[in-house]
Design a protein around this ligand. Structure first.
Ligand code: ADP
Ligand code: MG
Length: 146
């Protein structure tokens, strides 16, 4: 398994494409200060735990990379928190512990196939995070220490 990595910061504005185009909101984090971590880890889809200062700890599935479908020019960190929130939380402190890797970044022939794949990733993350190996990190103080 992966050596878990810890990243955090305020939720920033992305390109506004996650929720609007895909129906899958991603709470973007700044990559500032994480260039070494990002260089060490291949682009792709990861899973782990997300702590939001005033809301609690949730499962998340995350894309790290260039988003080939959208042809991004900069690497992004984009966790989709696997919980239905009633409102946005830009500016809130978000803490992530990334514990596992699902797949490399890929390009998709259509938005539909991209969305289907992300939902599949979400289901894999939901299940994997129940395993003792991964569920133990849910109680890590880092997720609640902001
Ligand atoms: P942006 O491009 O600005 O990141 P998105 O379309 O990706 O916009 O939407 C992300 C925003 O939606 C987050 O910053 C957060 O405030 C909000 N949001 C609501 N529910 C969730 C969720 N389950 N996971 C991630 N972000 C969510
Ligand atoms: Mg986003």
């Amino acid at each position: 398994p992966l050596d878990p990595w810890y990243i955090g910061g305020p939720v920033i504005k992305g390109f506004g494409r996650g929720s609007k185009v895909l129906g899958i909101p991603t709470a973007n984090l700044s990559t500032k200060g994480y260039s070494d971590l990002l260089a060490e880890h291949p682009s792709g889809v990861y899973f782990g735990w997300a702590g939001l200062s005033s809301r609690g700890v949730f499962k998340m599935v995350m894309s790290i990379g260039w988003n080939p479908y959208f042809d991004n020019k900069e690497k992004t960190i984009e966790p989709w928190i696997l919980y239905k929130f009633d409102e946005d939380f830009y500016g809130e402190e978000l803490r992530l512990i990334i514990v596992g890797y699902i797949r490399p970044e890929a390009n998709f022939p259509s938005l539909e196939s991209l969305i289907a794949k992300i939902h599949e990733d979400g289901e894999i993350a939901e299940k994997a995070l129940e395993l003792p190996l991964y569920s133990s990190y849910k109680n890590d103080p880092y997720l609640r220490s902001s």
